[in-house]
Design a protein around this ligand. Structure first.
Ligand SMILES: Nc1ncnc2c1ncn2[C@@H]1O[C@H](COP(=O)(O)OP(=O)(O)OP(=O)(O)O)[C@@H](O)[C@H]1O
Length: 305
């Protein structure tokens, strides 16, 4: 599958602060790509370089097969950007905001009318079209902000932490919109510091920390490479966890034990065999790996810190 975006060795510093340190990744057409990292990792800086708001100190960006710096206008026409800060006119209605942003993209007349109807439908806010933005919840404002970025039917949609501080209903709506766009062939870059969002939404992920991409791949690849596999079990009093082979580490969790192992199936079989020989087994399951485990194993710190 063709790459919509190829970033190679991107660097950016603000005075003495290195924001991006040789960042490279590529994104395939029609995928949702998650840029995951803590505050200050460099996510916004990367996105601002992609949209031409900032220029990189060094490195290259290729978009749709073109050098982005040399073909800024041609590239920009195919990119929709939803910045972290909501940029709407509070005193204007949703529809007037959309007319304004449509004008910025050079869309006018019947096409503008059709596109406004389409994006309002996509955001689920058609019935609020004539209401002033100041009467909208944070989540609804965010949805209109996304609608603005979709007016010109971009092939690549870049969203910078779009769910910070919004209600669950709007969040679910945004997720549905993104999935729908992705399924219709739009490529999406989604930045967040919420691991659960990346797990729910993204096909490919780059984990960024202190300006560096520290891991990249699909969820399965990241779990496979970086998350410790484990088995959780609850047993009767006689259980002696030390007696289980192939276990690297054992610790208590809730009413049971977590057994870290590179061979969870073999450990589960051993445990089930033990049960046949009289040990009381109340629960046994594989521990589902998470991006939190991946981040912890890569950096030694928690993303939630
Ligand atoms: N205009 C600027 N001037 C000085 N430093 C900046 C500027 N913009 C970003 N930085 C610094 O660059 C680093 C990366 O910031 P960036 O905003 O890209 O991070 P982020 O991952 O998007 O985090 P956040 O979620 O907090 O926005 C941070 O240390 C930040 O303080």
């Amino acid at each position: 599958m063709e790459n919509v975006l190829e970033i190679n060795q991107l660097t950016k510093a603000f005075s003495s602060k290195t924001a991006l340190d040789h960042v490279s990744f590529s994104i395939r057409k029609g995928t949702c790509f998650g840029l995951l990292g803590p505050n200050g990792a460099g996510k916004s800086t990367t996105m601002k370089i992609l949209t031409g708001i900032l220029s990189a100190d060094s490195g290259t960006v290729r978009m749709f097969g073109m050098d982005a710096a040399a073909n800024r206008l041609a590239v920009q026409k195919q990119v929709g950007y939803v910045p972290q800060e909501i940029t709407l006119y509070d005193k204007l209605s949703a529809i007037d905001n959309l007319k304004f942003f449509g004008g910025l993209y050079g869309i006018t007349g019947t096409l503008l009318k059709t596109r406004i109807e389409a994006v309002l439908q996509e955001t689920g806010l058609s019935d609020r079209a004539k209401d002033q933005i100041k009467s909208f919840s944070g989540g609804m404002k965010r949805r209109i902000n996304i609608a603005c970025a979709l007016l010109h039917e971009p092939k690549l949609l870049i969203l910078d932490e779009p769910t910070v501080g919004i209600d669950p209903q709007s969040r679910n709506h945004i997720f549905d919109m993104i999935r729908h766009l992705r399924d219709s062939g739009v490529t999406v870059i989604y930045s967040t510091h919420y691991m659960e969002e990346v797990e729910a939404l993204c096909d490919e992920i780059a984990i960024i920390d202190q300006g560096k991409v520290i891991a990249q791949g699909s969820l399965e690849q990241l779990f496979d490479r970086f998350a410790q596999k484990a088995v959780y079990l609850e047993t009767g009093k006689n259980f002696q966890p030390e007696s289980i082979g192939e276990v690297k580490k054992i610790y208590r969790r809730g009413h049971g034990w977590v057994l870290e192992t590179d061979h969870p199936l073999a450990v589960m079989k051993t445990l089930l065999d033990h049960q046949e020989s009289g040990d009381e087994l109340k629960a046994i399951e594989m521990v589902k790996p998470s991006l939190e485990d991946v981040f912890l194993s890569l950096t030694g710190t928690s993303l939630r810190d």
